[in-house]
Write a protein of this length. Structure first.
Length: 259
């Protein structure tokens, strides 16, 4: 399917690997020029080189912590007037409800709620003036079905979801859509880290830990960054202009809902 976004420019956060990279590659395949951001310069440049070579699009790299105000300012300066924004940041660590103090919640809110909001506020007004724009926030399946050990993530991402629900409906009339992509378990570093936690907790091998989690997914496997990226690219396409303020689950059927 032709997505109708060739020649557009996108800022994709945390895009040197994992789900962010999957989104960046899918957009590049559709002919979108990219501004890529991640903290690690080496991995970021490697990803950028691969995308330039494979898809022939322009790629600008900004190695910075998007959750830091100074780093975010550098990214926004490089991004300029982008047409597409994909927000993404690593999730906070797992734990128990009794482990977390105020500072832990503030850090989670900064990364997974307040940073996407700051990026939306910075870039959406320009999209509205130009009459077209797409924002996709990578959040989590936990906003629909909270995961007990991910209470920090549950809290911060639920806050972003509420913000998007209201904001998206205020900007849609100007040709700008804002939606959320909710990943379940995908084959990324985050999944590997969570598998590792189960290994330690239960004293089992990584293979057994993964098999246990795969058994909870009706699709009987982890998702891939490529299929996640394809969903992101569709939400950024010209075909998705009537999809507003939605929370799209990509979880292999793992979250059992009728709606």
């Amino acid at each position: 399917m032709e997505l109708g976004i060739k020649g557009k420019t996108a800022l994709v956060c945390a895009s040197s690997k994992g789900l962010g990279r999957g989104c960046a590659e899918a957009l590049a395949e559709a002919g979108v020029s990219l501004v890529l951001n991640a903290r690690g310069a080496e991995a970021l440049e490697q990803t950028a080189d691969h995308i330039r070579t494979t898809y022939g699009v322009d790629v600008t790299c900004v190695a910075a912590d998007i959750t830091d105000e100074a780093g975010r300012a550098r990214v926004l300066e490089a991004a300029g007037d982008v047409d597409i924004l994909v927000t993404n940041a690593g999730g906070p660590p797992p734990g128990m409800w009794s482990d977390w103090e105020r500072d832990d919640f503030i850090k989670a809110l900064d990364a997974n709620m307040l940073t996407p909001i700051a990026l939306i506020k910075a870039l959406v007004p320009g999209m509205m003036e130009r009459g077209w724009g797409r924002v996709v926030n990578i959040t989590s399946q936990s906003v629909k079905a909270p995961i007990a050990v991910l209470g920090l993530s549950n809290s911060a991402r639920a806050g972003l979801t509420g913000y998007v629900a209201g904001t998206s409906r205020q900007v849609a009339g100007k040709g700008v859509t804002i939606n959320n992509l909710l990943p379940g378990i995908h084959d990324t570093d985050r999944a590997t880290a969570l598998d590792g936690g189960i290994m330690k907790q239960q004293g089992i091998t990584r293979e057994v830990a993964r098999a246990q989690r795969e058994a909870t997914i009706p699709a009987d496997r982890y998702g891939t960054a490529a299929e996640f990226g394809a969903a992101c690219a569709f939400l950024c396409s010209t075909h998705a202009g009537f999809i507003v303020g939605q929370n799209l689950l990509l979880d292999g059927g793992g979250t059992n809902f009728t709606i």
